[in-house]
Ligand binder design. Structure first.
Ligand SMILES: Nc1nc2c(ncn2[C@@H]2O[C@H](COP(=O)(O)OP(=O)(O)O)[C@@H](O)[C@H]2O)c(=O)[nH]1
Ligand SMILES: [Mg+2]
Length: 224
């Protein structure tokens, strides 16, 4: 089961920031370790980089591995990828003390005037959500291998994110995850906010997610 993705969907309580002078839409990508945040970030860069000016901020606790991966994969000009080493719980850096991330976003914005900045959170658990002082919209990613009861349990990311991505549907048969149930449970807790079931591995075009991102960029451009 999938929900329609509404281009004008402003649900999610996002405090849109219309008075910023830059044109970039800032989109956070959160979710537990290993759910596919970096894979999704890479896929979005590959799909959108020819039509939009992009930049990426990654968050790792002690390393710069996600940024290194994205640079190695050459998804963007390496200068457009900045790593924030949080040195603390990932949620602190994206929600409570967003200074380092905000500096990274503003630095990229000043240098490249991008249409879109993706901020990948360091993964921890299901509670790590972004401050709307840092991002305009947030995508929360979970995966079928993490347990098909995760959407039912709700939580701020699953329930409140502007877009929920249930990734790794290719693994669902292998781990005995019921994707219909995951979609139904997500619908129940998300009050109409959209959910996409996908596999970044087998569907690297990430078509529905890219369409949702494009619509966010178009909406900001229209509001400017
Ligand atoms: N089978 C499968 N593996 C995936 C999928 N998406 C990501 N992965 C793999 O899952 C692992 C963790 O992905 P990563 O993007 O690093 O997760 P992150 O910790 O959330 O950033 C990597 O080995 C990815 O290649 C998917 O849709 N299906
Ligand atoms: Mg990652």
């Amino acid at each position: 089961m999938r929900h329609e993705l509404h281009d004008t969907d402003l649900s999610g309580g996002a405090a849109h920031v219309p008075h910023r002078h830059d044109r970039a839409v800032r989109i956070g990508i959160g979710g537990p370790v290993g759910c596919g945040k970096t894979a999704l970030t890479a896929a979005l860069c590959r799909v959108l980089r020819d039509e939009l000016s992009l930049a990426v901020v990654t968050n790792d606790i002690y390393t710069t591995e996600d940024a290194d991966f994205l640079r190695r994969e050459a998804v963007l000009d390496p200068e457009r990828i900045v790593a924030v080493r949080t040195g603390c719980c990932p949620h602190t850096a994206i929600r409570d003390d967003i200074t380092a991330n905000l500096d990274a976003v503003e630095d990229l914005t000043a240098r490249f005037d991008p249409d879109l900045v993706l901020v990948e959170s360091g993964g921890d658990n299901l509670t790590a959500t972004f401050s709307y002082g840092l991002v305009d919209r947030q995508i929360f990613v979970v995966d079928t291998a993490g347990g098909d009861d995760v959407p039912r349990k709700g939580g701020p990311g699953v329930a409140g994110a502007d877009l929920l991505v249930i990734n790794k549907v290719d693994l669902a048969p292998l781990v005995g995850a019921d994707t219909d149930r995951m979609a139904a449970d997500a619908a129940r807790v998300r009050a109409g906010r959209p959910t996409v079931l996908t596999s970044v591995r087998t569907r690297p075009d990430v078509a529905e997610i890219a369409a949702w991102v494009r619509a966010r960029v178009a909406a900001r451009a229209a509001a400017a």
